[in-house]
Design a protein around this ligand. Sequence first.
Ligand code: NDP
Length: 605
Amino acid sequence: MTSAKKYSTDPAELGFDPAQLRAKYIHERDKRGRKEGFGQYKKAAGQFSHFMEDHYVAPGFTRAPLTDEVEVVVIGGGFGGLLAGARLREAGVESIRVIDKAGDFGGTWYWNRYPGAQCDIEAYVYMPLLDELDYVPTERYVHAPELLQHSINIAKKYDLYRDTCFQTEVTEIRWDESISRWIIHTDRGDAMKAHYIAMANGLLTRPKLPGIPGIEKFKGHTFHTSRWDYAYTGGSCDGNLDKLNDKRVGIIGTGATAVQCIPHLGEAAQRLYVFQRTPSSVDARHNSPTNPEWKAKLKPGWAKERVENFNLALGGGYTDEDMVGDGWTDIFRNIGGIVTGDINELTEEEKEEVFELADFKKMQEIRDRAAAIVQDRETAEALKAYYRQYCKRPCFHDEYLQTYNRPSVTLVDTHGHGVDEITEKGVIVDGKEYEVDCLIFSTGFEVGTSYTSQSGYDVIGRNGISLSKKWADGLATFHGLQSHGFPNCFFLGFTQTGVTPNATHMLSEQAGHLAYIVKQGIARGATTVEVTQEAEDEWCNICNSYGDKTERLLAECTPGYYNNEGGGKSKNGFISGQFGGGAAKFFDIIGKWRAEGNLRGLEIK
Ligand code: NDP
C-alpha cells in the first residue's frame, strides 16, 4: 500500500491484476464493435408484425369511437400509469381515463409472461404502493403473476378501471388552441378530448429483432420472449413447458430475460441450443418466501423507508445501514473491504479508482461462480463476463448456470460476433447449422430511436410544433416532466431525470409530482399550466453541467443498449441528456420545488 493511498492496487494483495483486467475488458469490447450500432436491429413491424401479437386477449374486440372529454388521459397502464392514476385520485381528480394497447393493466408484466419471469429488484422496494395497499409481497423476488395481480389490485383500489380504453393504440395527440384541450386520436377512430395528458408509455416496450441474414426464411415456429406462445410450448409462467418435450429449441440472446427463461426451456426441451453473443453476469439470487415474523413486525411506512434506503445505497450514498443488502448493493459493500478509513476523504479520482477495484472484485467473484457451477470447462469459460458490472443489466439466478450441466443443453458461443445466418431449418454459427423446430428471440426492446418512435405516436403542441421536431436534437424539459409549447402535458420515465435501476421508484416520485401540479392547476382554475422557456433552459443547463462522466464510463463497456451499442454518444441514447446528479438528488430537487409552493417556472393561465 502506498503511503498516500488508503487502499491497495497491488495484484498480490487484491487477488486480481487491475491492469490485466482493464486490457481484457477493452479486448472484449473491441471484438464486439459493429458499425451499424442500433441499426443492426429490425422493428417487429411489417413482415415481422406477427411478433407483436397479443396472445392474452380474445380476437375480434370492437367498440364505438369516443369523442367525449375527460380531465386527465393517462397513456399506459403499467406501473407508471397506475402510479399516475393513483396519485391523481388521491389529489381528488375524478375524471381519469387510462389508455393502453394491452387488454388489461400491467404494462411490462402484462406482456412479459415468459416462464420464470420475475422481478430482478427486491419486490419490497420494486413493487409500488405497498404501504397504500397494505400489501407485503409473498417472496423476496416475486414472480410475474404476482406483479400482474398487484397491478390489477392497484387499478381496483384507485377505481381506475372505470373509464379505461384497452386494446387501443394512440396514433397522435394534438393540442387544440381554440378549446385549450388535447385531442387524442387512436387506432379505434377515437378523437377524445383531455384537459391534461400524462404519458407513461414505459421503457423497453417495443420488441426488437436482430437483423440476422435470412431471419425471414425460418419455417419453424418462432416468437419473441415478450409475447410468449404457451399454446405452442405448453406450461405457464411457472414452467412445465410439456409441449416442448419432443422439440429442438433455439434461443437467441442471453440478456436478463433469457437468464430467467432458459432454465425452464432446458428442463423441458428435447434439445436446447442457446446462441450467445455476450454472456450476462449472473450472481446468486437467494430468493426466499417472505418471513412471517419479519412481516409481522413491519410498521406503517416501512416500504417507503426501504425504497429510499435502497436508492441511497445504489447511488453511492454510503448509508450506514444497507436494508436490502443484496447483489445490487453488494458493489458498495465491497468498497468497505478495499478502503481503510473514510471513503469521503478520498479525492474524486481516487473514489473512481476504488469503485473500479470494487467492481473488478465483484466481477471476479461472478466469474469464479460460473467456473464453480458449470462442469464443462469450455462452456464455463464462455459464460464468464469480462466487463464492469453495470455495463449490462446485472443478473441474479440460482438455476441458470446449472442448466448448462444438462446433457440436452448446448451453449453455442459466437465469440462476440452473433449468429451468422438463419435458414429455413435453423441457425448457422461458424459454418455449422443447428436445426431447430422452434426459434425464440430473446433479443430485447427498441432503444436508440426517438422518444416518439418508441411511444408509437407524435404529440403536436402549440403552433403545430411536434414533440419529435422539438426533441430532434435531444430532450428538453423542466424536471423531466414538462416541455415548453406542450401545455398540460406530462412525461413519466427517464426523460432528463436521474437514472435508477429501480424504475418504479422514479415513476412513483414523478407521479406524485405531476399530481401535485395538476391539483394546483385545478385549484387555481387554470386553463393551461405550461413551463416557461427560461425554466426549461435552466433545467437543460443543469443536466448538461454534469458533463459526460457516465458516457465516458460506458464507452469502455462491451456494446449494449446502455452505451448505444458501442456507437458513442447519441442524442437518443438510453441515458442521453439525463440529469447526472443521480436519482436521490433529483427527488430532493423536485421535493424542494414543491415545498416552495409557488410553481416556480410554470405559467398558469
Ligand atoms: P437485452 O437487450 O438485454 O438482451 C438482448 C440479447 O440479445 C443480448 O444478449 C444480445 O447480445 C443478444 N443478441 C442481439 N443480437 C444478437 C445476434 N445477432 N446474435 C446473438 N445474440 C444477439 O434484452 P432482455 O429482454 O434480456 O432485457 C432487456 C431489459 O429488460 C433488461 O436489461 C432489464 O432492464 C429488463 N428486464 C428486467 C427484468 C426484471 O426482472 N425486472 C427481467 C428481464 C429483463 P449482446 O449482449 O451481445 O448485445
